[in-house]
Design a protein around this ligand. Structure first.
Ligand code: 6R9
Length: 686
């Protein structure tokens, strides 16, 4: 396996951090016995969590399971928006803070649950006026402003499914996602602030619609950046293209939302009604529309938020993810609000105006729980300790990590420099498809080890599977696995075993499928290891039953915490007129986890100057897919290493890009190709 090197270094990690007695004493959950209790009757465990939500009508059956189709809380009726807002207001918490928002220019807003209820109701009524009904899909392409979260909730309120597309995606990517979901209405903003500039969202929307989006009837546009020259907190909006207004199609937010009634009833949704679609990269290049439904999803995110982040009434919770990713859905919006939390939202870049922006936000708002990604942590490490050290971070009490494996060095830095050595770290493994966190410490119970996501959440069983499909999990867990012991009787010797990660039972927030593609859903997740869910990750379990996640085993790259398929970038490259063939790989990168390296063959008829063409190809990928897909390296080559059947051997390209000794080349059609490539790569990189 390609990840063997990572495994070996990871497993040399021997430091461990038990929860402090003070933290454990106050924690929402501190009894290790909950693991065994949950595994004795997982359905009862989840039913109890579902009971903590508000249902218009209670379910009659906890689970109907016909692999791969799960139905949770069958017969129940509820509304996600009601659970996130109305019930807190009805309980007398209208004045409680819901969102503490900071725009990049330093403008800020604090919004209470009572105010959110009014604003979301107005947005929901505006959506109705625009023709949106129960069952319709609404595409959201917005910056990280409170209106983004409130628009998601407004959709949920009236029973329309949202499909949020990350504001960094290009017009092509947006168009593809709109069309796959057949969204009726598109909601955007004129632009969003990013590193002192403005991302011209409306302009990109215009381009996407020009490419053809037949299902879109109306475009609702929030004014965020304003016209160039507009002053926000002393900063003038720079020049940017605001797009072309199309009367009849485009509607100004200010014209329609503010005049709506602030009363809008919540649509009672079936537990299994669609809540949202969220697109994630697949290995074939076509993004997968991951489907989540209402009752199970909300149960999963509410439970994990409360236990993993130990959320209390006085916490100020900041998950730094954008709502364009699943982490933003589950831990900026639905999980925290279902728990009535106070949530920090930040619009812009971590280095605007300076590299201490995150720490200024923590200091200013007294953030107690911070949830961010290893790629960000490594960037902060690179910037140096001076930035966090000049801010008061003493409000922090718990830190979280998500998106990719966190290397022990970054974990230790996070622990010491950000957490001041006193905050537990929860390294949480999960996916767009899992909806909520599945493998994670519980901060009042679990002894953590830097680099390990530790144990499955209560009621979840995870395993290591070998190539042949056998469960080879070496230890039945210190806490969470079959043995359900408190740790004392867990074996402490014996080899760690690596292989494919699998989840053994259904769980409430699991995806209900790929939008309109049941066959692909089965093939991708359920075919490889019959009876078990295969997330596509490699993992290792050590002698104490701790899980060490190792990244993707297929050809999806994980760049700065975001999934990008090699195929997606390859198709963008061959879309360029000069490129005949392309092979893309993810190579290890200190900061981003993986960086994109592209090997391209140029059409023989093209005359070119290398540096110029390489720059052009990088820009082309960014334009086609989004800036996140810009390759770090583009190597122009005459040949690509291929098997005799014509398959590109990406493993060898990875070896070349990472400067490793070449593995097995015997299946190569022409072994000389790789050496030539390596010489070229080394000369161009150096
Ligand atoms: C939540 C999210 C999912 C993939 C997943 C895995 C990687 C996420 C991780 C992690 C190691 C962690 N991943 N968290 N790997 N340790 N704590 O990131 O969803 O964008 O769908 O990505 O991210 O490879 O399969 P998504």
């Amino acid at each position: 396996m390609i990840m063997s090197r990572t495994i070996d270094t990871l497993l040399e990690e021997s430091r461990s951090f038990p929860p402090s007695p003070e933290f454990a004493a106050r924690a929402n959950v501190n009894d290790p016995g909950i693991y065994s209790e949950a595994l004795r009757d997982p359905q009862a465990f989840w039913a109890k969590w579902a009971d903590s939500l508000h249902w218009f009508q209670r379910w009659h059956t906890v689970l109907e399971w016909n692999l791969p189709d799960a139905k949770w809380f069958v017969g129940g009726k509820l509304n996600a928006c009601y659970n996130c807002i109305d019930r807190h207001v009805e309980a007398g918490n209208a004045l409680r803070t819901a969102f503490i928002w900071e725009g990049e220019p330093g403008d800020s807003r604090t919004i209470t649950y009572g105010e959110i209820l009014i604003e979301v109701s107005k947005i929901a009524n505006a959506l109705k006026e625009l023709g949106v009904q129960h069952g319709d899909r609404v595409c959201i392409y917005m910056p990280m402003v409170p209106e983004l979260a409130m628009t998601m909730l407004a959709c949920a309120r009236i029973g329309a499914a949202h499909s949020v597309v990350f504001g960094g995606f290009s017009a092509d990517s947006l168009q593809e996602r709109i069309n796959d979901a057949e969204a009726k209405v598109l909601i955007t903003a004129d632009g969003g602030w990013r590193r002192g500039g403005v991302v011209p969202l409306k302009k990109i929307v215009d381009q996407a619609l020009d490419l053809g989006c037949p299902s879109i009837e109306r475009v609702l546009v929030l004014e965020r950046a304003g016209a160039p020259g507009t002053i926000t907190n002393g900063l003038a909006t720079p020049e940017y293209d605001r797009g072309a207004w199309q009367e009849g199609r485009d509607v100004r937010w200010a014209d329609i939302v503010s005049r709506q009634s602030d009363v809008c009833d919540c649509e009672p949704m079936d537990s299994e009604d669609l809540l949202f679609i969220l697109y994630t990269s697949g290995s074939t290049g076509k993004p997968k529309g991951i489907v989540h439904t209402t009752g199970g999803y909300l149960t999963g995110v509410a439970a994990t938020t409360k236990w993993v982040f130990d959320l209390k009434d006085d916490d100020v919770f900041w998950c730094t993810a954008d709502c364009g990713w699943v982490t933003g859905h589950s831990y900026v919006v639905y999980g925290p609000l279902a728990n009535g939390a106070q949530v920090v939202i930040y619009e812009g870049a971590p280095d605007a105006p300076d590299k201490d922006r995150f720490w200024r936000i923590v200091e200013r708002h007294g953030v107690t729980v911070l949830y961010t990604a290893p790629t960000a942590i490594r960037t902060f490490m690179k910037w140096g300790d001076a930035y966090p050290k000049r801010c008061d971070l003493s409000s922090l009490r718990l830190l979280g990590s998500v998106g990719e494996p966190i290397n022990p060095e970054a974990w230790m830095w996070y622990h010491e420099v950000i957490g001041g050595g006193r905050c537990p770290i929860v390294d949480t493994w999960w996916q767009t498809e899992t909806g909520s966190i599945l493998i994670t410490p519980l901060p009042g119970i679990t002894t953590t080890k830097p680099g390990s996501a530790t144990q499955p959440f209560p009621a979840i069983r995870a395993a290591i599977i070998d190539e042949a499909g056998n469960d080879v999990t070496p230890v039945q867990g210190a806490l969470g696995y079959y043995s359900c012991a408190s740790g004392s009787d867990a074996p402490t010797t014996g080899p760690a075993v690596g292989g494919y990660l699998a989840i053994l039972d259904p769980w409430p927030s699991m995806t209900r499928g790929i939008w309109r593609d049941p066959e692909r859903f089965f093939d991708v997740y359920w075919k490889r290891f019959p009876g078990r869910y295969f997330p596509g990750d490699g993992a290792k379990v050590d002698h104490e039953g701790y899980f060490w996640l190792l990244g993707r085993v297929d050809d999806v790259m994980l760049v700065a915490g975001h999934n990008i398929s090699t195929m997606e970038v390859e198709s963008a490259l061959v879309d360029h007129h000069a490129v005949a063939e392309a092979a893309v790989i993810g190579k290890s990168h200190d900061v981003k986890g993986q960086a994109i390296a592209a090997f391209v063959i140029i059409r023989s008829e093209i005359r070119y100057e290398s540096d110029g063409l390489i720059a052009e190809l990088k820009a082309h990928c960014a334009a086609k897919i989004g800036a996140i897909a810009r390759p770090d390296d583009v190597i122009i080559t005459a040949e690509l290493p291929k098997t005799r059947s014509g398959k590109i051997m990406r493993r060898l390209l990875r070896d070349v890009a990472e400067g490793r000794a070449l593995g097995d080349t015997t299946t190569l059609a022409d072994p000389a190709v790789v050496n030539a490539l390596r010489e070229k790569y080394e000369s161009e990189e150096g």
